[in-house]
Design a protein around this ligand. Structure first.
Ligand code: RUQ
Ligand code: CUA
Ligand code: CA
Length: 639
């Protein structure tokens, strides 16, 4: 790229002073966060762009009381360990779904049911109480979301959680064996072989950190490796893993089900960041799913340590012959970040992070390499174009345009994929950059309405800004992060709103509300312990084990008092008999550290030792009725 590039002229970037400042920060490399000190410059791009209609475009996000959003959004909560549910375009947070971390509101991590999902130690306490969620993706059918499930990763303890999208609750959590730093996650979109399976049956998980396999203390980093894992979407068991060179960061899957990919920023397999940045190019590794599964069927695998999961060989040295290769390594510039699938099904796009570029990889050409029709897998790269500083993630409008976050430039750049390919092929006049928008500040994730589906509709863009600096009232040293909503329906991007959010959210998707059919009342049959008839309520004893069955029906518990003996192990089972939507009860017991809720027709249980003598008023914590305060009863613990 030594000739003039109409796409990278200063003129196309707003506020030269601001850009220069950020460039200086970029030179500081990974320490470039010094840019946070910079004051925002007003620029043409942040000034309200001339809307095509006369009315204020930001009115779209200000829903009137009672108006409903048109999109559901699923957001990762970050190291709060939960999944957030938002309405878009308003950006209103509707729910937080606890997954990896206990939640005081719902009793997640306190009830026996949620503890069984989260996983316990032999003494019954939770194995893990922290989490770090980065990526949320949902199940597909025919290339669009089908409203069954969403999955979310926990980077800290390498767990994947599944959320049922009928009740918006986590129903399974799986720990990946022999993986540290489980980062990228993506469901497949159909089966690579069976055309009848046109929906998600696998979820792919990238392992970011390399470790000794099996893990044992050694400083010899040449022995460290990473694994790419496939989890069964229904059983949530780990089906297989691939041993690779380099690491996995983000994950993408093709619409035909044949390929998955992960960007690799550490092909150097360095253990210090200087080493991780030493190569000019790293990789995007492609997984040939059908071949991997055939190898597993043929018994061509090993296992690692105590794990029974089959592990196939995806090392570079073992995969040089395309005719038999399970994986292929495509060379991409220095420390790439997000890899995203264009909604037309043709391309995966890797953002450069430490390179100012995006790399466009054509999937039919990757398959050609596996089929022996292309001599060099790097020839699947159809464009490698300059976008700006610190490209991280890319979204799509379904009209041929891509939107990439520029972390160091604090911008979103809109660019046309076909024109980028034309430019790469030598048409130096091809103006692939369509627009640039300043965002506030240092954006990481980005997504557009329906972006990675066949139904990408190009209406809204959401940008997860990692820093808010001066955008909100100061509240001490910890700043909110800033989620911004952008109208992308026209040629120019229009910033519509800022939303403060508790750190540290990461990736998200949002899609048409019609795709979900949430249920607002449980079916009592979902719960094996349900106290179906109020006549069953009361105390039963087996030695020192006491079961107390309680029913809630506004505004009373049944029974309204019960007696146990000090030292009893008490299991309290509560079923909510209210059937109408929004009628949730809670049950708290003072001094026993117990509180949890039951939604309409839900059953939950807790187990504790009655170790304190006295009278303890259990009471309803969730406002349910005019007599909510009267909704209480006595637990009498006798000697
Ligand atoms: S990564 S800011 Cu954890 Cu999703 Cu890209
Ligand atoms: Cu029941 Cu408040
Ligand atoms: Ca690198």
């Amino acid at each position: 790229m030594n000739e003039r590039n109409p796409n990278t002229e200063e003129a196309s970037a707003p506020a030269p002073g601001r850009r220069r400042f950020l460039n200086a920060a970029a030179l500081a490399g990974v320490a470039g966060l010094a840019a946070c000190q910079e004051k925002p410059a007003t620029s043409a791009a942040t000034a309200p762009a001339a809307p095509s209609a006369a009315k204020d475009p930001s009115a779209a996000v200000h829903l009137k009381p009672g108006e409903l959003d048109t999109y559901y959004g699923l957001w990762s909560g970050g190291h709060t360990g939960d999944m957030r549910v938002l309405g878009i375009p308003s950006g209103r947070e509707l729910l937080r779904i606890p997954c990896f971390v206990p939640d005081a509101l719902t009793g997640w991590g306190h009830t026996n049911e949620s503890k069984a999902i989260m996983g316990t130690k032999p003494d019954g306490s939770l194995r893990y109480t922290i989490g770090d969620t980065h990526h949320v993706h949902a199940s597909y059918k025919d290339g669009n979301y089908d409203g069954r499930y969403a999955w979310i990763n926990d980077k800290i303890n390498s767990r994947i959680a599944r959320v049922r999208l009928d009740y918006f609750v986590c129903d399974k959590i799986t720990k990946l064996p022999n993986v540290q730093g489980f980062h990228g996650i993506f469901p497949d979109k159909r089966d690579p072989v069976d055309p009848a399976i046109n929906y998600t049956t696998r979820v792919f998980c990238g392992g970011e950190f390399s470790i000794p396999l099996p893990n044992a203390p050694t400083e010899d980093s040449t022995k460290y490796r990473s694994l790419f894992s496939c989890v069964d979407a229904e059983t949530m068991e780990v089906r297989w893993q691939v041993l690779i060179d380099g690491n996995c960061d983000l994950v993408a899957t093709s619409f035909d089900g044949k390929l998955a990919a992960a960007n690799q920023y550490n092909t150097e397999m360095g253990v210090r960041y200087e080493d991780m940045m030493s190569a000019e190019r790293d990789s995007c590794i492609f997984y040939h799913i059908a071949r991997i599964e055939q190898a597993v069927k043929d018994g061509k695998f090993t296992t690692i340590g105590n794990s029974k999961v089959p592990v196939v060989d995806g090392l570079r040295a073992s995969n040089t012959d395309p005719a038999t290769a399970l994986v292929g390594y495509v060379s991409v510039p220095k420390n790439p970040h997000g890899v995203n699938a264009s909604p037309d099904g043709k391309y995966f796009i890797c953002a450069g992070k430490l390179s100012p570029t995006a790399t466009v990889i054509e999937l039919t050409k990757v398959l050609d390499w596996f089929d022996g029709k292309l001599d060099d897998i790097d020839k699947s790269i159809v464009a490698e174009v300059e976008l700006g500083l610190g490209p991280l993630h890319t979204a799509f409008d379904g009209r041929g345009n891509a939107f990439t976050t520029l972390f160091l430039d604090s911008q979103v750049v809109k660019w046309n994929v076909d024109k980028a390919i034309a430019f790469h092929n030598g048409d130096r006049s091809a103006a692939y950059v369509v627009d640039r928008l300043d965002v506030h500040y240092q954006p990481g994730h980005i997504n557009a309405s329906q972006s990675e589906t066949v139904a990408a509709d190009g209406k809204y863009l959401s940008v997860g800004c990692k820093f808010s600096k001066d955008r909100f009232l100061p509240v001490g040293p910890l700043h909110a992060e800033n989620e911004q909503i952008v109208d992308i329906s026209g040629e120019k991007m229009v910033l519509l709103a800022d939303h403060p959010v508790r750190p540290e959210p990461h990736d998200f998707i949002f899609f048409k509300r019609e795709l979900l059919k949430p249920k607002q009342v449980y079916s009592m049959d979902e719960f094996p312990l349900a106290v179906k008839d109020a006549k069953e309520a009361g105390v039963t004893r087996e030695g020192r084990k006491v079961t107390v069955k309680i029913v809630s029906l506004a505004p009373a518990f049944e029974p309204r008092e019960f007696k146990v003996k000090r030292g009893d192990e008490v299991t309290l089972i509560l079923t909510n008999h209210d059937k109408i939507q929004d009628l949730t009860h809670g049950l708290a017991i003072p001094d026993y550290n117990i509180n949890f809720i039951v939604n309409p027709q839900e059953t939950a249980s807790v187990t504790f030792v009655a170790d304190q003598l006295g009278v303890f008023w259990y009471y309803c914590t969730h406002f349910c009725h005019a007599l909510h305060l009267e909704m209480r009863g006595r637990m009498i613990v006798e000697a």
